[in-house]
Design a binder for this molecule. Structure first.
Ligand code: CNA
Length: 287
């Protein structure tokens, strides 16, 4: 039995199905919903993978509970753990993954509707996706503001503070002396309104000529985790993830296409199924 399984190789049926839907209907566009698992191949740990995930590796930050590093009340009392983590994760230290470049290729081919990302690493931007296609649901390091008066604070200045990571020398607002924080959505904060507004608009388009691809997320942070549930029943959904998660697990649909494996591998197979190998190679070489 083992021999037969080994000969059978990985199960790419979901990826072939995605390819078939897109090949059959040239008008079909993709909405991506992604999370930390699309950036683990870049060297950025996710939250919840046992062993390597950030939540298993926060002892050195001396937190009362793991999520405190992204908790707004905790940050107000003690910004230091966030500074230490931000120094590690700061944009510029990492290159996009093949899944990021796959999304870029969908943009270049005119087959992308939108990328909703929970990630704060700005690797969608680094891969060359344009602003109009990216919704950073949990914000990112791309802008900073005062947590008291909301005044903007320059990225360069904030970067200097983060990289120096001197205890007690945190970035403060020039007007009201409030603490400065990147516009990353912490637990206890609202998501940006552009997230809700854009999703509402996209939902109206989704029922025709669209497919939704969810990748690299445990679908455990709400409201983002509810998006796959809201996808109209007539719209095909796919999940590219190491584990089956969220609505794909609790409310599976017959038409769901599930690839249980690495997002990078999935990206390569989808590229092959679409016959986009040359364009993909060129893109990877250029960047
Ligand atoms: P998570 O809860 O850590 O889940 C990650 C998921 O990805 C898990 O289901 C893993 O099994 C899966 N996974 C890990 N590696 C791969 C891979 N190579 N291919 C396919 N699947 C993989 O993270 P979520 O994104 O679901 O949780 C949302 C949080 C995580 C958001 O608020 C983010 O801001 C936050 N986060 C972001 C980053 C980043 O910006 N890169 C890093 C860590 C955490």
């Amino acid at each position: 039995v083992l021999n037969i399984l080994a000969m059978a190789g990985p199960d790419y049926s979901a990826l072939k199905q995605i390819g078939a839907i897109l090949n059959k209907n040239p008008k079909c566009k993709v909405v991506f919903l992604v999370g930390a698992g699309v950036s683990t191949a870049c060297g950025i740990p996710d939250f919840r993978t046992p062993g390597t995930g950030l939540y298993d590796n926060l002892e050195k930050l001396n937190l009362p509970f793991a999520e405190a590093v992204f908790d707004i009340e905790y940050f107000e009392k003690n910004p230091q753990p966030f500074y230490a983590l931000a120094k590690e994760l700061y944009p510029g230290n990492f290159q996009p993954s093949k899944l990021h470049y796959l999304m870029r290729l969908f943009q270049d081919k005119g087959r992308l509707r939108r990328v909703y990302t929970q990630n704060i690493d700005t690797l969608e931007r680094a891969a060359g996706l344009r602003d109009e296609f990216i919704i950073e649901a949990h914000g990112s390091f791309h802008a900073n503001h005062c947590i008291k008066c909301d005044k903007q604070y320059s990225m360069d200045k904030f970067k200097t503070k983060i990289l120096a990571e001197k205890p007690d020398d945190f970035a403060k607002c020039e007007s009201c002396k409030g603490l400065i924080k990147p516009k990353i959505v912490f637990f206890g904060e609202n998501l940006p309104s552009v997230f809700f507004d854009t999703w509402d608009g996209d939902l109206e388009l989704l029922s025709k000529d669209h497919i939704v691809i969810v990748a690299g997320t445990s679908l455990s942070v709400y409201p983002f985790a509810a998006l796959p549930t809201e996808v109209p029943k007539a719209t095909p959904r796919a999940l590219l993830n190491l584990q089956v998660a969220g609505d794909f697990k609790s409310n599976p649909r017959k038409s769901d296409m599930i690839f249980k494996g690495e997002a990078e591998e999935a990206a390569e197979v989808i590229v092959q199924e679409l016959g986009w190998e040359d364009a993909f190679e060129t893109l990877l070489e250029q960047e």
